[in-house]
Ligand binder design. Structure first.
Ligand code: FRU
Length: 481
């Protein structure tokens, strides 16, 4: 029997069959399989007993669940971290000439109020994991030292780890030849930062557009900015030589990754053979994650996104696009040829609770226009554009269930310019979420919503005049079907 509250369970976003999840961990590709580990509570539907849950996919869309990879052990919880393929067996953990998979995670010792970095390895394609007997491999005796991300730095022929000193708002760089012994290289701590905590750092190199020039992107997740209380990821663009990260420009406003409220702790897949840089994030927010009205599961991942670096209005921007593998979910298609929308709301023929919407608005005389999704009796969620403010927004104040937390309902906006009077949107709607990719991923907004299951209508609207719209709308299948 379906528990009515389980209706919020996403159709194609990753969730655990039951219990609490938060950050993605240890994303790695090996031998035809994408691994997704994640912060998991094996004993309940709230944060606690943090362990590494595990799932595997051949295509980033269909996931098979596996047993816990790293349990809480002797009072030490397994906090966030990463995984790599140790191709040359630098660690010596490999057997039979096969490269081992190595996890680097944070050990959280509540009794000692300490965090340190630890290893686990696998010689059976990630099915079983052994804790390294020499753990911890990096312990500097402090309380907030976590979320290591490790990668092989080809030019200097060594492993690099970035890890945060969370309450010092500092990213530390370490290097190693064997993953077991780590030597401090440098720190990155921009002056005058007023955030409360930095978590889950990430660092990778991307080509600029289609050129052969590249830059490095350093990402941190900010647990409460001051004075906005915002919880979200931001990034810096710069150079990295294996020792030190040097940002191109620190004077600018923060570069936010996502202008919604529900994209946190993203990390990218290691060792992807086709060279794509792809990531996903935890689709929630510490401001209300523990209150969200779902059961017997809590927490989901966003869809996987491909990352690029593009020059937009004279600045290098991280651009996120849904991975092409998601096209496998497409079912029935509704096409809307170029149509002029009059002032007011127009109901579309397409409807659904799991949709991919590709829509182009061409501004005419309207001062605001957009789309309402999950429309039902007295509820809807708006994705709109305000021409005067040059702002794209998601408004979830009337999206359905919002009263579980005072911090949930709201309108979230991002500055965005039209290109040749056009706004191009790609929107993924699932049972309890919305991901908006505007102007081919230049601006992204991810927001949770909890409408009733019957609210499946779609409307386009215009205020103060008309707008022209073209759309392709696919019903999406569940990834578990
Ligand atoms: C981020 C975070 C990490 C930590 C983990 C604990 O959401 O706070 O810094 O490792 O969650 O579950």
């Amino acid at each position: 029997m379906t528990n009515s509250i389980d209706l919020f369970r996403p159709g194609f976003h990753f969730t655990s069959p039951q219990n609490w999840i938060n950050d993605p961990n240890g994303l790695v590709f090996f031998a035809g399989e994408y691994h997704l580990f994640f912060q998991f509570n094996p004993f309940g539907n709230d944060w606690g007993h943090m362990s590494w849950g595990h799932a595997i996919s051949p295509d980033l869309v269909h996931w098979q669940h596996f047993p816990v990879a790293i349990p809480e052990t002797e009072g030490i919880m397994a906090f966030s971290g990463c995984a790599v393929v140790d191709w040359h067996n630098s660690s010596g953990f490999g057997i039979n000439n096969q490269p081992p998979l190595v996890i680097v995670f944070t050990g959280q010792n509540d009794a000692l109020m300490r965090q340190d970095q630890r290893l686990a390895f696998s010689n059976d394609h990630g099915r079983t994991w052994t804790l390294f007997e020499g753990n911890p491999v990096l312990d500097i005796g402090i309380k907030d030292f976590r979320d290591p991300k490790v990668f092989w730095h080809e030019p200097s022929q060594k492993w690099v780890m970035i890890v945060v000193l969370a309450d010092q708002l500092k990213v530390s760089f370490y290097a190693s030849s064997d993953l077991k012994t780590w030597v401090h290289q440098s720190d990155f701590a921009p002056p005058n930062t007023t955030d409360r905590l930095w978590e889950v750092p990430e660092l990778f190199e991307l080509n600029i557009g289609n050129s052969s020039f590249s830059r490095w992107v350093l990402k941190v997740d900010v647990f409460e900015t001051d004075p906005l209380g915002r919880i979200a990821g931001k990034y810096f663009v710069g150079q990295f030589d294996g020792v030190q990260f040097v940002p191109d420009n620190l004077e600018l406003e923060p570069n936010w990754l996502d202008f919604g409220q529900d994209f946190y702790a993203a990390i990218s897949w290691s060792d992807v053979p086709d060279g794509r840089r792809m990531w996903l994030g935890w689709m929630s927010n510490w401001n209300y994650a523990r209150e969200t009205p779902t059961h017997p599961w809590c927490g989901a991942m966003t869809i996987p996104r491909r990352l690029r670096l593009e020059e937009v209005a004279g600045r290098l921007r991280l651009v996120q696009e849904p991975v092409r593998e998601l096209e496998a979910l497409r079912g029935r298609l509704y096409s809307l040829p170029a149509t002029s929308i009059l002032e007011g709301s127009t109901t579309l023929e397409a409807r659904g609770t799991k949709l991919e919407i590709v829509m182009t608005f061409k501004a005419a005389t309207a001062t605001e226009f957009g789309l309402k999704v999950r429309v039902g009796e007295n509820e809807f969620t708006t994705v709109g554009y305000n021409l005067k403010h040059q702002e794209l927004f998601v408004d979830r104040t009337q999206s359905g269930k919002t009263d579980f937390s005072e911090r949930f309902a709201g309108k979230h906006a991002a500055h965005l310019k039209l290109e040749a009077d056009e706004l191009q949107l790609q929107i993924f709607v699932d049972q309890s979420s919305l991901e908006v990719f505007a102007q081919n991923g230049q601006v992204v907004m991810t927001d949770l919503i909890y409408p009733s299951f019957e609210s499946d209508g779609l409307e386009v609207y215009a205020i103060g005049g008309t707008v022209q719209v073209t759309a392709q709308i696919w019903e999406l299948n569940s990834s578990s079907a």
